[in-house]
Design a protein around this ligand. Sequence first.
Ligand SMILES: [Zn+2]
Length: 331
Amino acid sequence: MKSTGLCSCAAALVAAVLVAAPAWAEPSAEGVTVTVAPAEARPGDPVLVTVLGSAQTPKGKAAGKDLSFFAVRGGHQALFAVPMDRKPGELAIELRGGLPRQVVPVVAHEFPAADVTVPDEYANPPPEARKRIDDDNRAIRKAFGKPGDPPQFRGDFKQPVAGGRPTSPFGEQRTFNAVAKSQHLGLDVTARTGAKVKAIGDGTVVLVRSCFLPGNVVVVDHGAGIASAYFHLQLASVVEGDIIKRGAQVGRAGQTGRATGPHMHLSVWVPGGFVDPATFFRLPFRPPVVEPAPVPDAVSAGAVDPAPAKKASYKSRKKTTKSPAKKKSAK
Ligand SMILES: [Zn+2]
């Protein structure tokens, strides 16, 4: 059994650092500045559009969908997900009101593959478990907010665990017990059992649930259609409805559900879909227009009983596969 030594993602993360850092700005005739980050995107990356110097809320489209801008200090920002099945090429961001059209190059990316061994019930779930999996996925999706919701977060987001080392990357194509396939729609980082898991940004706890595959789950809505989901928790430290600050403890790390060992799984949802948290954390979110009123710290309550530990193993494959646009369960 290899619990968390999943190092296959290292190269992909380094690549993400390189592409996420730069951004470019184009001043328009009216002195309005439009910035897009990252300068290059991969399928499954979040893209942040910043419009500064315009009093009016900008409007526009990206990847065929309306952008929903929220006010920030000096202007507005909007976020969208590059679809997982997006082919390499230019992705256009069309802004109205005479603002310059932006283009984000989408680069080719192959998601790595991994073979994972888990107890049979997690690879071949019985019918009652399949229903529970469907219910879990519906509940998680339903918990995510809408793009037009007012932002609750303030500026940048922060990592959920201190010193967590990435082990299993976003988008990994996994084969469980050589039969069940799914794509990893989050980022795994090392965390010992019981380690504090902290909210990546200010928000509202919208779901606390014991799920079949992701185990004990907490979902935090950050407003503006952005949500974070914390999986496989040993226990939850918050209850639905709690209004929490960035860094507030939402739970303790564990290995409940389909997990090969104790670790922290983070999924990040933005308008358009799940995105790579590694890229998300590097986006230049601006501070809010005005400091919101202070919110109370999370109330520690509603702990969920941890599920018994399961024997499982994980093995990264050297081989990689192209990224198909598979609709799959959140896990
Ligand atoms: Zn994971």
